[in-house]
Write a protein that binds this ligand. Structure first.
Ligand code: ADP
Length: 484
């Protein structure tokens, strides 16, 4: 089977509104993680293609796109959002096949992508500067301006959501974009770019170059013609990108994952918490930056929470993405090997429960059954390292201070949640937890596009999503006029 997203040749790059073979002429196989088959070949873009894409983006920025009004940009984003919804079934199917995520989860990503276009389309003409009271004889004001050409290096776990939040916000401000999707999953990036073209996005305002990270990704992050970079992915690659961007002092937004805790206090409503405790760990088979991989429980309820979660875990089933079970496969055999390595490191912990793999799951698929461990050592690797698979640890705590010490005791700080009926404790926790987002008596708040998102420490820096992202994708100019 060769997949043709929206009828396109998937081995092409989009440069200056034209689908072209990569200049190198080489390609990479794209693997269906549900069964190990090859879906199609994709472009293996390299430095020459990135140069052409950056030139095209610069041309758009210096041309029609750069002169567009905020209203025009808002309208084109809204049209893209509508085309995304018009093609939602095809997009969800492409994402399920490519990433391995269950169809319903892929559909939720399509809806989120459309929502980002609506949100940033609506926000485009609401970003403005300020006037500043100053010395007698001066009028001072600020202008919010685009950076120019923005580079977007995105991962394979949520391609559509991450395109929506980064490319959507960048285009709303008036930047021209070069997008480098992940080599493991890039079909919806290609389809999105085609829909943007059909929606009337001017030539060169969005260019897409698939390829290996070490080639296309490295060329984009080192490119002197790029004025801002946003990256979502691993800590290791984030460090490489930040250091190569340093050569040109290119500003960088990094979102690098986490080890996000949910804190369950003695007064928690366990019936309300339970679905969130489990789902936040196994959604997208745990391959989520904001996955909740640590469940911290007051010692008085440790046994109760463990047995309630274990009962849920035992009923979880991983299978073919299009069968739409609790979990699909992991994205690749490589990812499966990494996760199985972590599970092996859990041999000295107590295994509270495992889920199942469906009987019809093909042997060539990258399936890993969900694993739930209890852990009394917060320094254990399973309690410290981002696993990026369906593995959760439950850790007991004595009191509030101890809970905060464990929660904040990793190198990450992306998301945290707290389950308690005590309003004063909710307020204390919201202040004390080291995280870019804190949820009280929920986890994720439905993933709203309106909610600024980003991390502290090794989770990265800068904020995406919400109106806040528009500040990151723009730069501020101060104008001081002396008129006497
Ligand atoms: P993961 O470990 O989750 O696969 P990565 O951080 O390796 O995530 O990849 C995220 C994105 O970064 C992908 O688009 C990948 O191609 C890209 N990438 C990987 N290595 C590099 C690199 N050296 N320079 C720039 N981009 C890279």
């Amino acid at each position: 089977m060769t997949i043709r997203p929206l009828g396109l040749d998937p081995s092409h790059c989009l440069i200056d509104a034209e689908w072209r073979a990569p200049l190198s002429g080489t390609s990479l196989p794209l693997i269906n993680p549900s069964d190990g088959s090859t879906l199609c070949d994709i472009a293996s873009g390299a430095a020459d293609d990135i140069d052409a894409a950056v030139d095209a983006a610069r041309g758009a920025y210096n041309g029609i796109w750069g002169r567009s009004t905020a209203l025009e940009r808002g309208r084109v984003l809204a049209r893209i959002g509508q085309l995304v919804l018009d093609h939602k079934d095809e997009l969800a199917r492409l994402e399920a096949l490519d990433v391995g995520k269950p169809y319903k989860q892929a559909m939720a990503d399509v809806v989120a992508l459309a929502r980002y276009m609506e949100f940033y389309g609506g926000a485009a003409d609401k970003l403005h500067g300020e006037t500043i009271p100053y010395l007698d004889g001066y009028t001072v004001y600020t202008l919010r301006e685009p950076h120019g050409v923005t580079g977007h290096i995105i991962p394979w776990n949520y391609p559509m959501q991450i395109i929506g939040r980064s490319v959507g916000a960048a285009l709303a401000v008036g930047n021209a974009c070069v997008l480098k999707p992940a080599e493991e999953a890039c079909l919806t990036a290609l389809a999105f770019a085609e829909l943007a073209r059909r929606a009337g996005l001017p030539d060169g305002a969005l260019n897409v170059v698939p390829g290996r990270g070490a080639q296309a990704g490295a060329a984009l992050s080192a490119h002197g013609g790029v004025d801002h970079l946003s990256f979502t992915g691993s800590v290791g690659v984030g460090k490489l990108i930040q250091s190569s961007a340093a050569a040109h002092i290119t500003p960088v937004t990094l979102e690098l994952g986490g080890k996000s805790p949910q804190l369950v206090f003695e007064d928690a409503d366990l019936a309300a918490a339970l679905p969130f405790l489990v789902n936040a760990g196994i959604q997208n088979a745990g391959q989520t930056c904001s996955a909740s991989s640590r469940i911290l429980v007051h010692e008085s309820r440790f046994e109760e929470v463990t047995s309630a979660m274990a009962a849920r875990f035992e009923a979880l089933v991983a299978g073919l993405a299009l069968d739409d079970l609790d979990l699909g496969p992991l994205v690749s055999q490589r990812q499966k090997d990494i996760v199985e390595g972590f599970i092996a490191q859990g041999a000295d912990l107590e295994l509270a429960a495992t889920g199942q793999i469906a009987q019809n799951a093909p042997s060539g698929g990258a399936y890993v059954a969900p694993h739930l461990f209890t852990c009394h050592d917060p320094q254990h690797s399973l309690a410290q390292d981002e696993i990026f698979g369906p593995v959760q640890v439950i850790i007991p705590f004595r009191d509030e201070d101890h809970a905060v010490e464990i929660a904040n005791g990793t190198k990450y700080g992306l998301v945290a949640s707290c389950w308690t009926r005590d309003g004063a404790r909710q307020m204390r926790m919201a202040r004390k937890l080291r995280a870019g987002q804190v949820f009280l008596n929920n986890y994720g708040a439905g993933g709203g596009v309106e909610l600024p998102f980003g991390g502290a420490g090794m989770s990265g820096h800068g904020r995406e999503k919400g109106f806040e992202a528009l500040y990151g994708f723009s730069t501020l100019k101060t104008v001081a006029a002396y008129h006497g």
